[in-house]
Design a protein around this ligand. Structure first.
Ligand code: G3H
Ligand code: 13P
Ligand code: ZN
Length: 341
């Protein structure tokens, strides 16, 4: 039996974008695969009064089961409402559930029928006309149900679920008007130099600062500005927006990990993007790394510990702090739905 997101307490993604656009901030889109990540995302966003998009990738569906994840999201909405009630909040934060990197019409349809508020249909690896056709097919199914659809134009390097792209190709601003008009999509992911994962830039593309830390080349803000000019007022999405927090890299390496030259997008550049037409910023890798860093440290310092709550609990606490800081300092989404608590 199919269920609408509206009946399980989830918000409308386009409404979120309208407010983010007007307020010059970006809505965080955080991926989750397990309970501790979801608890941390919801706790951080409820406490910082930030809207949030909960993202489920195909990898997450394979790992944790789509039905379970969807009921976890429904439970997360209830958890947020209870937290808000306990704190006397006068507004509820909007929470949406989003399919990350959907690759077929059937998958997008199945997610919509199972209560997702929005879906990404990623045809970026397809020839241009096929990308338009697939995206439009999903929009035609989704729009009457009030479900928002994200398309992608240009290609990010790195791993997008089962699709691996060695080379990125920047979005061509001259294509966006045609793509948006013919696909009738609600939001557009563009490629301006971000990429998925923990190794976003090769060391030879970077310079080093005084501490020896790699400094990557800047994002292509010129392309973003041209896209904004071509489709004024249209919500833009940035994938691959983890900053690969260097403290987490150092902790992982200190406690036996091997993440040499892991490098992400500097947070000041993401803050700049969040003030523009970029209304949704996707972050997954930073959460994975903060969790791994904390667990490695607990294992190294307390080798006798065997209760998963004793390492997953501290990892969850570290995640909450990281997401709150992202909302406040990077996305600019904190405090948009009442007072932070
Ligand atoms: O875009 C990629 C996301 O980080 C999801 O990654 O397929 O390993 O869950 P995943
Ligand atoms: P990161 O790998 O930079 O966290 O990007 C996540 C993402 O784009 C999910 O769609
Ligand atoms: Zn992505």
């Amino acid at each position: 039996m199919s269920v609408s997101y509206k009946n399980i307490g989830l918000a409308n993604t386009n409404d979120m974008f309208r407010r983010a656009f007007a307020g010059r901030y970006a809505v965080p889109a955080y991926n989750f695969n397990n309970m501790e990540q979801l608890q941390a995302i919801i706790t951080a966003c409820a406490e910082s009064r930030s809207p949030v998009i909960l993202q489920i990738s195909s990898g997450a569906r394979k790992y944790a089961n789509q039905t379970l994840l969807r009921y976890m999201a429904e439970g997360a909405v209830r958890m947020a409402r209870e937290m808000e009630k306990a704190k006397g909040a006068d507004q509820a934060i909007p929470i949406t559930l989003h399919l990350d990197h959907g690759d077929t019409f059937e998958l997008a349809k199945s997610c919509i029928e199972n209560g997702f508020s929005s879906v990404m249909i990623d045809g970026s690896h397809l020839p241009y006309e096929e990308n338009i056709a697939l995206t439009r097919q999903v929009v035609e199914y989704a729009r009457p149900l009030g479900v928002s659809v994200e398309g992608e134009l240009g290609r990010l390097a790195g791993i997008e679920d089962d699709v691996k792209a060695e080379q990125s190709s920047y979005t061509q601003p001259e294509q966006v008007v045609d793509f948006v008009r013919r696909s009738t999509v609600d939001s557009l992911a563009i490629s301006i130099g971000t990429s998925h994962g923990a190794y976003k830039f090769k060391p030879e593309q970077c310079t080093r600062d005084a501490r020896g830390i790699l400094v990557p080349p800047p994002l292509r803000f010129d392309i973003l500005a041209e896209v904004e000019k071509q489709i004024p007022g249209f919500p833009i999405v940035l994938h691959g927006a983890s900053s690969v927090i260097q403290d987490a890299v150092a902790t992982i390496n200190k406690y036996g990990g091997k993440m040499k030259d892991a490098i992400g997008v500097p947070e000041d550049q993401l803050r700049q993007a969040a003030r523009s037409a970029v209304c949704k910023i996707n972050i997954d890798t930073d959460g994975r790394m903060v969790m791994t860093a904390t667990i490695r440290q607990v294992f190294a310092e307390q080798p006798g510990e065997f209760d998963p709550r004793k390492y997953l609990g501290p990892a969850r606490t570290a995640l909450i702090e990281m997401y709150k800081r992202k909302n406040r300092e990077v996305l600019g989404s904190a405090g948009r739905y009442g007072q932070e608590f």
